[in-house]
Ligand binder design. Structure first.
Ligand code: NAD
Ligand code: TYD
Length: 349
């Protein structure tokens, strides 16, 4: 093994795709997946690669500074790709503290551990922080987020991610830690936890339950297929410049209501139900407080400097995603039992 890469949050939605990409593509790397296995972490996501010789799982909570330091001392990673986070805006509105603990304090604990084991010898070392476009706040009807857009977070989630981004940059500026950041738009794809819009609607269509649309449904997001995000992380981790941020997007903006209608159409087709069956489930509900109107990414920098572009169209990605959920209903049943039920009742009833 010529390098050890520690990936945090590797049992989550995006993290599991990043772990798979690295384990399969780089057999000469040792990939250490560090995850606390919260409600959002699930080792079922990694069944296909768990026996690979270059893969190791470590259960650890990034808020536990002492344990994190021990893990770093034991595995001595050359690179860190940091995805572990509390990631759902609605949960951050209900309980901001968990977001401060994991997203801010947890990130600082990882930065300290990296600094400690790398001393001042940064040759071949890199800390890649995975962040979101939500740190930029909201756009009006026009315009795009660039890497120069000023931070203006509105939700407790985006405020915690913005704070973590600032700490990552501060460690580069103050201690010379070699860092890169990626700020990505909304992901979708296999293994997406059904608290987020797309998998929640897939789950509800399967169960003939209402599809809750916040406010008037005209809120706009840019959607990127999760495997394309994993490929962008690979590219930036290996070829990005130290101290730089790269926006990652799908060139794929949808108003929520149009997106859900498209999803309904594809679901009806795939389930052999008459057209219009699923749209009847659409239900407008109370808006999310502080709801950002529009996110949209200008991905020129990663495109021109690193040659990145998404590999699938939205229609293809959505079709792959629905097919995955239809073939993995046991996964869906498992993750929606237990805690999910009480979360759902509190959020939507
Ligand atoms: P997720 O909620 O699906 O997974 C998060 C993972 O982190 C889980 O495996 C969980 O067990 C783990 N985790 C949470 N708290 C932890 C702790 N204290 N210690 C160790 N592990 C912990 O999240 P996701 O959607 O896969 O997002 C991954 C990263 O990408 C996050 O940093 C998120 O901010 C960022 N991001 C997400 C999106 C998106 O659309 N989902 C878009 C842009 C950026
Ligand atoms: P979400 O998937 O939670 O991602 P984010 O808030 O990080 O963008 O939400 C995507 C959009 O869908 C957002 O505008 C909120 C909206 N939404 C609904 O209308 N209903 C829902 O039940 C959920 C979860 C989200």
């Amino acid at each position: 093994m010529n390098k050890t890469i520690l990936i945090t949050g590797g049992a989550g939605f995006i993290g599991s795709h990043v772990v798979r990409e690295f384990v399969n593509k780089y057999p000469a790397y040792r990939i250490v997946n560090l995850d606390a296995l919260t409600y959002a972490g699930n080792l079922e996501n990694l069944k296909d690669i768990e026996d690979k010789p270059n893969y190791t799982f470590v259960k650890a909570d990034i808020t536990d500074a002492k344990h994190i330091m021990e893990v770093f001392q034991e595995y001595k990673p050359d690179g860190v790709i940091h995805l572990a986070a509390e990631s759902h805006v609605d949960r951050s509105i209900a309980d901001p503290s968990a977001f401060v603990m994991t997203n801010v304090i947890g990130t600082v604990n990882l930065l300290n551990a990296a600094r400690e084991i790398w001393k001042n010898d940064f040759e071949g070392k890199r800390f890649h922080h995975v962040s979101t476009d939500e740190v930029y706040g909201t756009l009006g009807e026009t315009g795009l987020f660039t890497e120069e857009t000023a931070y203006d977070p509105h939700s407790p989630y985006s405020a915690s991610k913005a704070s973590s981004d600032h700490f990552v940059r501060a460690y580069q500026d103050t201690y010379g830690l070699p860092v890169v950041l990626t700020n990505c738009s909304n992901n979708y794809g296999p293994n997406h936890f059904p608290e987020k819009l797309i998998p929640l609607c897939i789950h509800n269509i399967l169960n003939n339950k209402p599809l809750p649309i916040y406010g008037d449904g005209k809120f706009t997001r840019d959607w990127l297929f999760v495997i394309d995000h994993a490929k962008a992380i690979d590219l930036v981790f290996h070829q990005g410049k130290n101290g730089q941020s790269y926006n990652v997007g799908g060139f794929n903006e949808w108003q929520n209501i149009d997106l859900v209608k498209e999803l309904c159409k594809q679901m009806d087709e795939k389930l052999g139900r008459p057209e219009g069956t699923a749209t009847q489930l659409i239900t407008f509900v109370k808006d999310r407080p502080g709801h950002d109107l529009r996110y949209a990414i200008d991905a020129t920098k990663i495109n021109q400097e690193l040659g990145y572009k998404p590999s699938v169209t939205f229609e293809q990605g959505l079709s792959i995603t629905i097919d995955w959920f239809l073939s993995n209903q046991e996964w869906l049943d498992n993750v929606t039992s237990g805690e999910y039920q009480s979360y759902y009742a509190k959020q939507y009833n």
